[in-house]
Design a protein around this ligand. Structure first.
Ligand code: 3HC
Length: 696
């Protein structure tokens, strides 16, 4: 092949087929240099009568991740992707897309405009909706013509990904190959050129019917599933428009809508969240070029709920796991729980029996800690008892190799007290998973005083391998997640004292976008557990916080939350919750005894106090260095506690409102509620004075 590079596209000839390979590491984003390269390749293709077909392929691990996100918000340079796509669609000679790895967003739109699509094992998605936008280069107007309205809606309004067999079955691609993709694509392109048929243009296919009933149903479905989100609703509108509008006009409207969505604050927040998650992965130690250690064998010490979830997460990522339980009975229960998790995945079609057998074959149970000796990492995950944890960690330390990393899953114990139980403090750190550990995306990796760069880099890489978003934080009581949560919980309790009801606070926060309010969450966690946590923090509490002993009173009345059928709410046999007059009465007595006069509290105050409690504590965590960046706080809250991602997270939310305003409101509540709770963080004061932002 005679090959020459045009910007980020390599152009070559294979007989009478022109081959254009995108080469823009790391993810073949369609940056200006790629668009210019494709445009030049099309010039050559159209000019040269010696070539009769073209293949668009890519170098590297994936076909294309789509538009270059870093160009959003800048003045985009021509040629635009829409121009290239239109030229492809209109080409009188056939063009074939050869898709490997992934075709995402604009990358898939490029392929949709080709006349043939052939793929090896690959994934296909239009994930624009996750960035608060929609495809803007023909994805909306072309995809339904190939795969039908329902499949296309799921992909466009929800970001659903298809694999190659699924893509083949629904008509998104024409062929699937196991072997040499490029050669197969060249052969396919030559076949199309040899055919007497004109190239098959997706734009010439009819748009499938999308009647008003289906539109209405889709609108309602997305309002329920994605409350407050603009882009899924716009997708339905665009489908309705495209179903009755000539192709070119519909394509123009699609582009306009994509451009309009780009300027919305939801899209800014979602794009910010994408970058925040990437930034969180850049642990300083990784930037210092530390190569993470290879982890193949993991130990999980503790067979309770957390240990089981962590075991599943490790097995899913292909690791060998040794699970330690104190007794054969606890181990057996854990094995059953793991098997049950997998059985339900098979039932829901998420895993095959074969995949489950492979996972279970990598699991070994043990009641002897010495079985951990061959592990590259051991995660300790027994209950939060400092002495018991120290004893177990010391036993692990005595049995594993010198290089083994020991991580603790504690959520609030003093990390140094645990590190000192090992002879290898450099190989020790926190790895704080959230329950259920196999499902929750967030992991807080916690730096102990002597944790080495290698240890932290390895934990970050391991979390990534488990499909988690890891944030590396410094030690502090409750780290980042629980320390901030405790401030919101405290504020929610004060709101009850002042006259709000649990149902009001929960409603306001779920209307804001949290999946569950603080009191419903407390009932799930168990009020006895929360009362025990409060007792452990009692010495450090202020008088007012001690006096807000509502949880203790509920527990004394036998109300332990969901598990006892009564907590802040009462629950029926099906687990449906309802307000309980007994709780209103308990609150009334509490206020009377404390001499607090109840007042009507507006929803705006409820929301503001709960959010400002988070914002202020988040700023303190950044200020004192527990969080490396303010955006890490937002990752913790969007991934760990369901802060609505289209609002960015507490730090983004505050920055959008303007820090002078936030400072003003903090000062207001400092007077109204108490200085010790709302005394503005020094960082907020400083940024407000400079009219700066916490993030973004
Ligand atoms: N544009 C620019 N940079 C991108 C990018 C994109 N579309 N996608 C990923 N990157 C960058 C990442 O920021 C990261 O940079 P860093 O190393 O400096 O942090 C680097 O590429 C590698 O990415 P990951 O660390 O995420 O690598 P993974 O292998 O884990 O994942 C991926 C790769 C699956 C491509 C993932 O990055 C991803 O999902 N990217 C987003 C894809 C997307 O949303 N595409 C739609 C874009 S919008 C569009 O196309 C509009 C169109 O309709 C006009």
């Amino acid at each position: 092949m005679n090959q020459h590079a045009t910007t980020s596209v390599l152009v070559s000839r294979a007989g009478r087929v022109l081959v254009a390979e995108i080469d823009n590491s790391p993810v073949n984003a369609l940056s200006h240099s790629v668009r210019a390269g494709l445009s030049a390749a099309l010039d050559a293709f159209e000019r040269d009568d010696g070539v009769e077909a073209m293949v668009i392929a890519a170098r590297g691990k994936l076909f294309s991740a789509g538009a270059d996100i870093t160009e959003f918000g800048t003045s985009m340079q021509q040629p635009f992707l829409g121009d290239i796509v239109a030229r492809l669609d209109g080409s009188r000679k056939p063009v074939v897309a050869a898709i490997s790895g992934k075709a995402l967003g604009g990358g898939l739109e490029l392929a949709l405009a080709c006349h043939g699509r052939i793929a090896s094992a690959a994934a296909f998605a239009l994930p624009e909706v996750r960035l608060g936008i929609l495809p803007g280069s023909g994805g909306v107007v072309r995809l339904p013509r190939l795969v039908g309205v329902e499949q296309a809606l799921e992909m466009i309004a929800e970001g659903k990904e298809l694999n190659s067999p699924e893509a083949l079955a629904c008509g998104l691609i024409d062929r699937c190959v196991d072997g040499d993709l490029l050669n197969a694509a060249i052969g396919y392109a030559a076949e199309l050129a040899a055919s007497s048929d004109a190239p098959r243009r997706t734009s010439a296919l009819p748009f499938p019917p999308f009647d008003e009933d289906r539109q209405e149903e889709a609108r309602k479905r997305y309002a329920r599933k994605y409350p407050g989100r603009e882009a899924p609703q716009k997708a339905v509108e665009l489908f309705a428009m495209a179903s009755k509008t000539p192709f070119d006009d519909a394509a123009r409207r699609e582009y306009e809508v994509c451009k309009e969505l780009l300027t919305t604050s939801q899209s800014r927040a979602l794009r910010y969240s994408f970058q925040a998650e990437k930034a969180a992965r850049r642990v300083e130690t990784v930037l210092n070029n530390v190569q993470p250690r290879e982890i193949e064998r993991a130990g999980v010490a503790g067979a309770g709920t957390m240990g089981r979830g962590i075991t599943v997460a490790l097995l899913n990522a292909g690791l060998h796991v040794t699970l330690y339980g104190r007794t054969e009975t606890s181990l057996e229960r854990a094995r059953e729980a793991v098997a049950k998790t997998y059985a339900s995945a098979v039932k829901r079609g998420r895993l095959t029996e074969e995949a489950v057998n492979d996972r279970l074959s990598r699991l070994t149970g043990t009641t002897g800690i010495s079985s951990m000796s061959g592990c590259d990492i051991v995660v300790e995950t027994i209950s939060e008892d400092l002495d018991a944890k120290r004893t177990l960690i010391s036993a692990i330390d005595g049995t594993v190799g010198d290089d083994t990393i020991i991580a603790t899953n504690t959520s609030f114990l003093d990390l140094e007290a645990l590190a000192s139980a090992t002879s290898r403090p450099q190989n020790f750190a926190g790895m704080h998973f959230f329950n259920p550990a196999n499902l929750m995306k967030l992991v807080e990796n916690v730096r102990a005083e002597k944790s080495s760069a290698l240890t932290l880099a390895t934990l970050a890489a391991l979390a990534h391998r488990l499909g988690k978003i890891a944030v590396t934080v410094g030690p502090s009581e409750g780290f980042v997640a629980n320390r901030m949560l405790s401030k919101r919980t405290r504020e929610a309790l004060f709101l009850l004292q002042d006259g709000a009801t649990p149902a009001q606070v929960d409603r306001v926060l779920t209307e804001f976008g949290f999946p569950v309010g603080p009191f419903a969450l407390a009932d799930m966690a168990g009020l006895d557990v929360l009362a025990a946590t409060r007792a452990s923090r009692f010495d450090g509490m202020s008088e007012r916080e001690r006096s807000a002993d509502i949880v203790e009173r509920l527990v004394a009345a036998g109300r332990l939350g969901r598990k006892s059928g009564e907590g802040y709410y009462r629950y029926d046999a099906d687990g449906r919750k309802a307000e309980d007059p007994a709780v209103a009465e308990l609150l009334e007595i509490h206020r009377r005894e404390r001499g607090i006069g109840a007042r009507q509290i507006g929803d705006a105050e409820v929301l503001e106090r709960c959010l400002l409690a988070l914002v202020n504590e988040g700023a303190n965590l950044v200020d004192e260095g527990t969080a490396a960046r303010a955006s890490d706080i937002d990752v913790v809250w969007t991934r760990g506690f369901g802060f609505p991602v289209h609002l960015g997270g507490p730090m983004f939310w505050a920055s959008e409102r303007g820090l002078p305003h936030i400072l003003d409101r903090l000062r207001h509540y400092s007077c109204a509620v108490g200085e010790e709770f709302f005394a503005p963080s020094p960082l907020i004061k400083q940024l407000a004075a400079d009219n700066g932002r916490l993030v973004g």
